[in-house]
Design a protein around this ligand. Structure first.
Ligand code: 5GP
Length: 122
């Protein structure tokens, strides 16, 4: 499915330097920064620098270099932030049912405490 990218979304603006962020890791294809509204002691967002709407857009259309860089950056951040020992959770939301707020692909990396169940029972 072809998805239209909104170049005015907040993460596009962060990538253009129009909005500040607390950067954790900056690589050729990936930016990782603190979530402004953390859900746990560690809650960072990893975004590709390319214009991808969501997970499937990124997985389908990004180059192998972008995909590799993104996942290596996420793994490096887990190590850097001390999450490997206790564990962590990576989540990505997509579309209306996933309750995605920002239409630029991002992975939430969350940890620092025991996390609740993945999905609340309906
Ligand atoms: P989504 O619901 O799209 O998966 O998650 C979007 C996330 O972006 C939310 O957790 C929210 O706290 C975070 N967020 C929204 N605006 C900003 C911002 O301006 N700066 C940062 N660092 N995070 C933001």
């Amino acid at each position: 499915m072809q998805k239209t990218y909104d170049a005015q979304n907040i993460f596009a603006r962060i990538l253009r330097g129009e909005i500040p962020n607390k950067t954790v890791l900056d690589t050729p294809h990936t930016l990782v920064f603190d979530n402004i509204n953390p859900a746990a002691p560690v809650h960072v967002l990893a975004i590709p620098k390319g214009a991808y709407v969501d997970f499937s857009d990124f997985a389908t259309n990004a180059s192998e270099a972008e995909i590799t860089d993104f996942h290596r950056a996420c793994a490096k951040v887990c190590e850097m932030l001390g999450l490997e020992a206790g564990g962590y959770r990576c989540i990505t939301n997509a579309g209306a049912h996933g309750m995605q707020e920002v239409p630029h692909y991002h992975l939430h990396i969350i940890g620092g405490r025991v996390l609740g169940r993945l999905v609340d029972p309906a």
